[in-house]
Design a binder for this molecule. Structure first.
Ligand SMILES: [Fe+2]
Length: 307
């Protein structure tokens, strides 16, 4: 696979300062120029001013310059243009207008974090101590950006852009509604979602384990219960534990752990997920606002207003 990972997201919001404070609370390290860093992968989120919230840019890592030439040719076959500048190829997703930059970049190598000991029947990994998650004093800081979920008014075209244009692989689908696409060994790095308006549904950030999913969410909700959207639960697609929170601009951000890994394409059989499986394996019932964020109607009105 020539693509090897999602490098960063740029999110446009009308309230940059307030939203920046939220992502600092979320555990991303703010820098002076609007960027935020994760623990393992550096600068991965940028906030910029925009009239309404939206996904402005995705940066994707590739191995070498030949990959850029191949991608430019694939995009041309779809009738799309791309601009090459040195080791970067820039294009735009044709439905949502999200800028997509492919960049020659080193692959992310994460240091091994020792497995958390969990007891089970006949398997006492921890004896004489309380759960180690309780001993952690440090605030949760996400390890890396995992994925972004893009709502699009033309599901087929946006999916075609990522799959045929850029070379993302399909991991699973909800027929006609959602495509879980990967550009790394993670189960999904981009999820294309059929929607009545183009918008950013959520970004997702890896933490060490289920305890840190819980610890992170707990800390975000302390004094800010309105940030809660949905969790704790476990997705079927990707198998990850999740907890979704909402930033002050209306974008959701997810803490996740234990995502499925697909090192060889032949090892994985994509499924067409039906019913609840498309959404989750277990957890509290998903709130209506998860599927249809409350500001969508207003965004649609804006989208249809005369320019
Ligand atoms: Fe997610």
């Amino acid at each position: 696979m020539s693509l090897h990972g999602l490098l960063s997201v740029t999110i446009g919001v009308p309230n940059v300062e307030e939203t920046a404070a939220y992502y600092a609370d979320f555990g991303l390290a703010p820098e002076a120029d609007g960027w935020f860093s994760t623990r393992d992968a550096g600068r991965q989120l940028r906030l910029v001013a925009a009239p309404t919230r939206r996904l402005v840019e995705l940066r994707i890592g590739v191995d070498d310059p030949d990959d850029l030439d191949r991608t430019a040719a694939s995009l041309a076959r779809l009738g799309l243009t791309a601009a090459r500048q040195g080791t970067t190829l820039e294009t735009a997703e044709p439905v949502t207008g999200t800028r997509v930059a492919l960049e020659v970049a080193p692959r992310l190598r994460q240091d091994l974090v020792a497995a958390t000991p969990y007891n089970g029947p006949g398997r006492l990994e921890r004896q004489g101590n309380r759960a180690p998650g309780f001993m952690r004093q440090d605030p949760v800081r996400p390890r890396k950006l995992g994925h972004a979920v893009l709502g699009t008014t033309d599901y087929a075209r946006t999916t075609q852009f990522f799959a045929d244009g850029l070379g993302f692989k399909v991991s699973d689908r909800i027929a006609g509604i959602a495509a879980f696409l990967r550009c790394s060994t993670d189960h999904h790095n981009v999820l294309v979602l059929a929607a009545p308006v183009n918008f950013l549904h959520h970004t997702s950030w890896q933490v060490d384990d289920i305890d840190d999913v819980g610890r992170g969410a707990q800390s975000m909700l302390e004094g800010n219960p309105e940030r809660h959207i949905w969790g704790l639960g476990r997705h079927y697609a990707g198998s990850n534990f999740f907890w979704y929170l909402k930033d002050p601009a209306g974008n959701f951000s997810e803490y996740y752990s234990d995502m499925d890994c697909i090192p060889e394409d032949q090892l994985w059989t994509p499924e067409d997920l039906e019913g609840a499986r498309g959404l989750f394996a277990w957890g509290p019932p998903p709130p209506a606002s998860f599927l249809h964020p409350e500001d969508l109607a207003a965004m649609m009105t804006g989208a249809h207003a005369p320019r």
